[in-house]
Design a protein around this ligand. Structure first.
Ligand code: ADP
Ligand code: MG
Length: 358
């Protein structure tokens, strides 16, 4: 229900030798109306900083935030049509579920009958309608977190929901159902949802678009499939996928890239000189064991096998001691055996200075 634009938005909490020390480097980003997004990256990469700038908890040191084209950069959190849910539930333990949900509306001076109607609507939406008279303190963490969410949703002007690692305190068994509920609610109501997590599975199952962050920068925004198949940055290859993408040292000769003298593909893009350092990236899913030696296969020794039931993660060592992981659906070879491996040519990716090249 609202489009969000970040224009040149950056934030430094402090400076080093008079220069801003950016926790979030200035960036441009657009989140479309009704979209579901995840901000994914390791701890300290600037996810909460970005989210708090959008919600209005933090005023950025640079740039503008537009909500539906309106500049809200200087507006506080209560003046934006945005609700934020935090890592830990924010509820009044002594109050009932009803009173917790009604609180933001009471503060806004809404009429009693209107409050009643809104609270019941939101409680039904979150399946909290059966426990409206229970005291919040007696509830499980996932129910408390739903109340926090309800307190955001109860305002009828909310168009954007921001969530900062909201499932941290939730039991693993409950996480799955709550995650699905969050996705259903945002889809049904058309809210724009931005969800912060450091867990790739959570990001990939919840969001249409995942914003991958590293060290205060957005390295790529894309669908789960785009991030998996076409990482624009080594960090994405490393952070998305389990196990991570394999990275091998490659050599360029007249546009042809080889690994240990084995040609693995050629570059479309000009300007990468012979001898320039290039990394070859290949996901474990696209490395295969070959029945016999071919011109495109590489001799390897199996050093580890993890049997995961429906697939196996096999680690092999090449003659130059490089380690490669394979994800196999078929029977895994035994540890200590030798084999020939090959890469699926269309799935080989190249990186120079961490950035994808073609
Ligand atoms: P994330 O949510 O991805 O874990 P944060 O946005 O919280 O990351 O933090 C990004 C960086 O900014 C980190 O290096 C963190 O230490 C720093 N930082 C966060 N909040 C503050 C603050 N209030 N004052 C100074 N530095 C901060
Ligand atoms: Mg954080």
């Amino acid at each position: 229900m609202a489009k969000i634009e970040l224009k040149g938005v950056g934030h430094a909490y402090n400076s080093i030798n008079g220069e801003p020390n950016y926790a979030l480097h200035p960036l441009d980003l657009t989140w479309k109306d009704g979209g579901t997004y995840a901000l994914l990256g390791p701890s300290g990469c600037g996810k909460s900083t970005m989210l708090n700038i959008v919600s209005g908890i933090l005023t950025p040191s640079k740039g503008q935030i537009l909500v539906d084209g309106r500049d809200v950069t200087q507006l506080g959190i209560t003046k934006r049509n945005i609700a934020q849910v935090f890592q830990f539930p924010v509820v009044y333990p002594a109050k009932t579920v009803y009173e917790n949900l009604a609180f933001p509306l009471r503060c806004a001076g809404m009429e009693r009958s209107k409050i009643d109607k809104r609270v019941i609507e939101v409680a039904e939406l979150l399946n909290l309608d059966g426990i409206l008279q229970s005291r919040a303190r007696r509830l499980t963490p996932d129910l408390k977190q739903l109340i926090s969410l309800g307190r955001g949703l109860v305002r009828d002007d909310v168009a954007v929901i921001l969530m900062d690692e909201p499932l941290t305190v939730i039991d693993p068994q409950l996480k799955f159902s709550l995650r699905r509920k969050l996705r259903d609610i945002s889809a049904r109501h058309g809210h724009t949802l931005v969800y912060v997590t450091h867990d790739q599975n959570e990001a990939m199952t919840l969001a249409e678009q995942v914003v991958v962050m590293d060290n205060g920068r957005v390295v790529q925004m894309g669908t789960p499939q785009e991030l998996f198949e076409d990482p624009m940055h080594e960090h994405v290859g490393y952070f998305i996928g389990s196990p991570s993408m394999n990275f091998l040292n490659g050599k360029v000769t007249g546009g042809v890239v080889s690994v240990m003298d084995l040609p693995v593909g050629s570059l479309k893009q000009a300007g990468i000189a012979d001898g320039e350092g290039i990394k070859v990236g290949i996901r474990p899913e696209f490395v295969h064991i070959q029945k016999s030696e071919t011109k495109a296969s590489c001799f390897a020794k199996v050093v580890d096998v993890q049997d995961l039931g429906n697939n196996a993660i096999v680690s092999v060592k090449l003659v130059d001691e490089t380690n490669i992981k394979l994800k196999l659906r078929e029977n895994a070879p035994s540890i200590g055996s030798t084999c020939f491996i090959g890469f699926e040519p269309p799935m080989v990716r190249y990186f120079v200075d961490g950035v994808a090249v073609q």
